[in-house]
Ligand binder design. Structure first.
Ligand code: GLN
Length: 532
């Protein structure tokens, strides 16, 4: 019988429910269970693909090309599994299915309602994932905050599942914030108390309460949370801020969450084996040599926009005993003259040119790329990063003054980066890019081949534009080479010959990086920085 753990949140969003869910998963996996995870995002978008990263953070791309919520990235990294796009459920997706069925006449004669039709659809989709993955435990994180109108059908579906599957098979974990007043230093449980009431009003009694706080909380706050939350004191677990977040499973385990989970779910208790995981955390913490990396992008004020890249740098850093120090270079500030690229390039050991879309901030990125290239600094360009490295090179070295990507200037005389043929006829935006894990043939004798150590790799993609093959001769004549291409001939990787590390990839290697299996691209990039 499949076990389900629903994770809800109270007080406010952005509490780290995703990390909590992933950590619970790691503990259950460490006890010998197979675990999978589902994220529910109650917004009406069908997927995260069309949302601005400023508002929602990074779009995480799955193997099968899903454009999903960044929490799926946490699940993949903690659980070391590949998830598919249906592990991210949204109101838009659920309604699309219900309405499609209604139009097909599948509910003929009935009034189609939120309860039971929408809630049935939600339950059916969760059960479907349980069946397909045959996981022992399915974690279901419900995004947003308890009390949000758009979250109600999902909470209602969860309540029904507890009744139908039985209390030993469905457990509710509620994550709340316990803030500390800066004036008196007092911990406040009142907001949490209100969220317990809100949950009960919906018909859900939490089994376990995770209290998020900045610093560890004392017994008094625990006692109050237990009393108002209507749980035993050992069912209160405190998740205080730690760095790295990969240490959260240990924090939760030290307070006995593993035992409580096993008891509540009726699973045989075995002390979770976190050996290698804890060693990774230790290596991350003890890395002493710092490498300074300029992160060149346009959404630098919301770090979540580049979450997987930041994590991939951490994984590679722990692997090599290096501590990446990130210096954010906001390309629009460069354009406004607020940031001097020459001094940025002087002081950084190297740079990542971040992925992105659209014309804003591109001038600043190109300036930064030029300053870095001229100094021979290692540069890793990801997707838009690769494309702009080529635009800069075409202008500065190939003498093609107005070279550009047609994404930025549709009328450029030198479209060194242009729309993919398959994109030219499309009208629908959502889910229409070149997406997901796709094969890349690696050319022998190149830096790319040294990185991957093999002739064929799969990396995840998310793009509409590509390197225009018409200009390859010119690039190759000036020291650039193609070191990876797709079987149909799209350029995938380009590198500058003779340079320490000047490497651009059309794909996003960050999405496949895991703490214990860092992406080789990031490892080699960091290694080149340490050699400076
Ligand atoms: N905007 C570029 C494209 O669509 C790059 C996308 C990206 O960086 N993910 O090709």
């Amino acid at each position: 019988m499949t076990k389900y753990v629903f994770v809800t949140g109270g007080v406010l969003s952005g509490l780290g429910k995703g990390i909590t869910t992933a950590s619970i998963g790691l503990l259950l996996k460490g006890m010998g269970n197979s675990v999978t995870a589902v994220k529910i995002d109650p917004y009406v978008n069908v997927d995260a693909g069309t949302m601005n990263p400023y508002m929602h953070g990074e779009v995480f791309v799955t193997e099968d090309g899903g454009e999903t919520d960044l929490d799926l990235g946490h699940y993949e990294r903690f659980l070391d599994v590949d998830l598919s796009k249906d592990h991210n459920m949204t109101t838009g997706k659920v309604y699309l299915r219900v309405i499609t069925k209604e139009r097909r006449g599948e509910y003929l004669g009935q009034t189609v309602q939120i309860i039971p039709h929408v809630t049935d659809e939600i339950k059916a989709e969760i059960a479907e994932i349980a069946k397909r993955t045959s996981a022992d435990v399915v974690l279901v994180e419900i995004g947003g905050t308890v009390g949000d109108i758009e979250g109600l059908p999902f909470l209602e579906a969860a309540r029904q599942m507890r009744l139908e599957e039985g209390p030993a098979n469905v457990v509710f974990v509620h994550v709340v914030l316990v803030p500390r007043l800066s004036t008196t230093g007092e911990l406040k449980t009142k907001p949490a108390q209100h969220s317990f009431q809100e949950l009960r009003r919906i018909g859900i009694q939490p089994d376990i309460i995770v209290a998020r706080s900045e610093k560890p909380i004392g017994p008094e706050a625990r006692r109050k949370l237990a009393l108002f939350g209507n749980v035993r004191i050992d069912e209160i677990v405190n998740s205080y801020d730690v760095d790295p977040v990969y240490d959260v499973p240990r924090v939760l385990m030290e307070q006995g969450l593993d035992r409580v989970l096993a008891r509540k779910l009726g699973l045989e208790y075995r002390s979770p084996d976190l050996g290698e995981w804890l060693e990774f955390v230790e290596r991350y913490r003890s890395a002493s040599k710092t490498v300074k990396i300029a992160m060149v992008g346009k959404y630098t004020s919301l770090r979540d926009s580049y979450l997987s890249i930041i994590e991939a740098l951490k994984h590679a850093g722990a692997h090599l005993g290096l501590r990446p120090e990130l210096v954010w270079v906001e390309s629009t500030d460069v354009e406004l003259g607020k940031l001097d690229v020459e001094s940025v390039a002087d002081s950084a050991d190297g740079a990542v040119i971040l992925p992105g879309f659209g014309a804003r901030g591109v001038g600043g990125k190109i300036e930064a790329i030029r300053a870095l290239r001229e100094r021979g600094k290692p540069v890793l360009g990801i997707c838009f990063g690769l494309q702009l490295m080529l635009v800069e090179f075409a202008r500065s070295v190939l003498g093609l003054d107005k070279a550009n990507t047609t994404e930025v200037d549709p009328n450029t005389p030198h479209p060194v980066v242009d729309l993919l043929e398959e994109q030219k006829l499309l009208e629908v935006k959502g889910g229409s890019m070149r997406l997901g894990a796709l094969p890349i043939r690696i050319v022998r004798g190149t830096l790319a081949h040294r990185i991957y150590g093999t002739d064929l790799v799969y990396e995840r993609h998310r793009h509409r534009y590509h390197v225009n093959p018409r200009y390859l001769d010119k690039f190759e004549a000036s020291g650039y080479r193609v070191s990876g291409a797709s079987p149909e001939g799209y350029v995938e990787i380009m590198e500058l010959v003779g340079h320490r590390f000047y490497y651009g990839t059309q794909a996003h290697p960050e999405f496949k990086s895991r703490p214990l299996r860092p992406s080789p691209v990031f490892v080699e990039f960091l290694r080149s920085l340490a050699r400076s």
